[in-house]
Design a binder for this molecule. Structure first.
Ligand code: G3P
Length: 223
C-alpha cells in the first residue's frame, strides 16, 4: 500500500520524503489555507522535491470551471493529480479530464455507489473519507472494504485512496482491506514509525554496548 501525506506543509513533506517512506501528497483547500501561501507556489515546491503524486483540488463547482482549473493545475507539473468533488459536475468534469489524460482524484466520497460512479467516469483515485464517516456514527472502514470488493468484481483500474485517516489503526485496517493508498496527517505517519518497545530495546542495546571491550570493536562513530 502506498502512503501519502495529507498536508500542504513543506517541512512535513520534506521530513517524510527524506526518510524515504512517502509515495505522494494530497492537499485540499482547508490544508492549503492553513499554510497562508500561494497555492501554485506550494504545489511547485512539493513537486520539485520529486514527489511523484501531488493532488491539487479544484474549487469551481460547475463543470466548465472545473475543466478550466483542472487543466491549469495539471499543466503546472507532471506529478499533479486533479481533485474533483463527487458531484454531478465533478463526475462530468472527471470524464472529460480523464479522456484528456489528466489524472483525477475524486474526493468527498462517502458511499460505495459514489465510488462506482467515480470508477465509471475514469477517475484514477477515489477518496473515501473514513474518519468523517466514523465521526458521523457510520463505519468508514466498511466503505473501504465495499469499494475494494466492487472494483475487484469489475476489474476497475481506479485506485482506492483511504482519506480522512485519524489514527494508525485506520492505516492498518485500510491495508488489510486492500486499499491501494492511505493518505495520512503528519502526526499519524510519525506514529507508524515509533513504538515504545523499539525505544526501550535500543536504549538497552546501547547500554550493553558500553560493556563491549573497545579494543576489539570499532566505536559506532568510526564505523
Ligand atoms: O484530504 C482529504 C481528507 O483526508 C480530509 O481529512 O481529517 O479533514 O477529515 P479530514
Amino acid at each position: 500500500m502506498k502512503l501519502f501525506l495529507d498536508t500542504a506543509n513543506l517541512a512535513e513533506i520534506r521530513t517524510m520524503w527524506e526518510i524515504g517512506i512517502l509515495d505522494g501528497v494530497t492537499t485540499n483547500p482547508s490544508l492549503v489555507a492553513k499554510e497562508g501561501r500561494v497555492f501554485e507556489d506550494v504545489l511547485k515546491e512539493i513537486c520539485a522535491l520529486g514527489v511523484p503524486s501531488v493532488s491539487a483540488e479544484v474549487v469551481a463547482t460547475e463543470k466548465e470551471g472545473m475543466l478550466k482549473e483542472g487543466r491549469y493545475l495539471a499543466a503546472l507539473h507532471p506529478s499533479i493529480y486533479v481533485k474533483c468533488p463527487m458531484t454531478s459536475a465533478g463526475l462530468a468534469a472527471t470524464k472529460v479530464l480523464a479522456a484528456e489524460g489528466i489524472r483525477v482524484n475524486m474526493t468527498l466520497v462517502f458511499s460505495a455507489n459514489q465510488a462506482l460512479l467515480a470508477a465509471k467516469v475514469g477517475a484514477t483515485y477515489v477518496s473515501p473519507f473514513i474518519g468523517r464517516l466514523d465521526d458521523h456514527g457510520e463505519d468508514g472502514m466498511a466503505l473501504i472494504r465495499d469499494i475494494v470488493q466492487i472494483y475487484r468484481n469489475y476489474h476497475f483500474a481506479t485506485q482506492v485512496l483511504a482519506a480522512s485517516i485519524r489514527h494508525p489503526v485506520h492505516v492498518l485496517d485500510a491495508a488489510k482491506a486492500g486499499a491501494d493508498i492511505a493518505t495520512l496527517p503528519y502526526g499519524v505517519m510519525e506514529k507508524l514509525v515509533t513504538h515504545p518497545l523499539t525505544d526501550i530495546g535500543l536504549a538497552r542495546f546501547l547500554k550493553d554496548w558500553e560493556k563491549v571491550p573497545k579494543s576489539v570493536r570499532v566505536s559506532p562513530s568510526d564505523r
